[in-house]
Design a protein around this ligand. Sequence first.
Ligand code: SAH
Ligand code: SF4
Length: 366
Amino acid sequence: MPDPTPKPLLTGETRDSLVDRLQSMGEPPFRAAQILDWLYKKRARSWDEMTNLPKPLRARLADAFEFMPASLAFSRQSEDVTDKLLLELADRSLIETVVIRAPQDGVGLTHSRKTICISTQVGCAMGCVFCASGLAGFRRNLQAGEIVAQLLQVCYREDTRTPRARTELASFDNIVVMGMGEPLANYDALLQALAILNADWGLGVGARRITISTSGLVPRILQLAEERLGFRLAVSLHGATDDVREKIMPVNRAYPLGQLIPAIRTFSAQHGRMVTLEFILIEDLNDSLSPPEHLRDIARDLHAHVNLIPYNTVVGLPWQRPSAARQERFADVLRSARVSVTLRLEKGHDIDAACGQLRLMTEKPR
Ligand code: SAH
Ligand code: SF4
């Protein structure tokens, strides 16, 4: 017997697609608004909590849709600032979602500003030599509903921490698409998920608070620029010459800097906002082979912000993070040229917060 057709994921439906599906079940459009209100605003965790839907309808909906495609398999907390969620999908694939908290002055961690880092693929096919996400290869793209489910799982945890605060994600929270996978290689599902997170009937997170990080898929950067959706862009540069970048990021062979830099310029021009260049500092690799002056010149030319990230060591890989003094020297070259730069204090180093690492450690013993 062939597998039964998989059910559509409730968390992957837009309001319009849900209205269509309900209409084909003979239900009026207002039911879609009720269901979405339960799911995203009241954070119901089952059909049975949706008490203004007739009971027989709830049973039919349970047959027709997958309510929640990700379950919490494991979580780990570091000094109360970083929360790492390992989620299990229906096919037993594992993905990770990270919450990084920055306490707000005077109000403590319950009202902290959160940055939520989400995954878009199981594994990654891009093959960057320093990264844990690609080590176990690429398994599959996430569906839109699996991307959205990560945010709901974070909300469920927040609701438990502060039981009376079942509100939308706070207006100061940010979403970064920097977990496992190359987001722009899963373009359609990513944009569908972001539309749901962004919508007022969904999680209501403003486009400016959503940052997509890419290793540099030039045609997709240009496509995203055309769509003018308002999401922020971060580009993983990590090498400021083709020589160095090619050594550590195979994508540079397909899209060398001569194509990538103009694509970033186009994106900036369409959006009128600064793009971020991410640059991991890896000892004796890109911190000395690619002197900071090259990065400085690119950043000035693009009027981009630079995010320097001290490398997080990965079990099984030889790379190291440079000393703090070496990191500062690198940053100073940029600062003294008035480039806007942050030297990221790597939170969660102790819980392997760098992308893909927790999954790797959990899957190996399996
Ligand atoms: N695939 C996308 C988004 C996910 S990776 C991209 O590459 O941009 C998110 C960021 O984490 C990227 O800048 C990536 O290069 C960086 N990263 C990967 N492994 C890391 C490690 N071990 N230490 C520090 N940063 C790492
Ligand atoms: Fe994939 Fe990004 Fe890791 Fe490169 S850095 S392997 S693109 S997740």
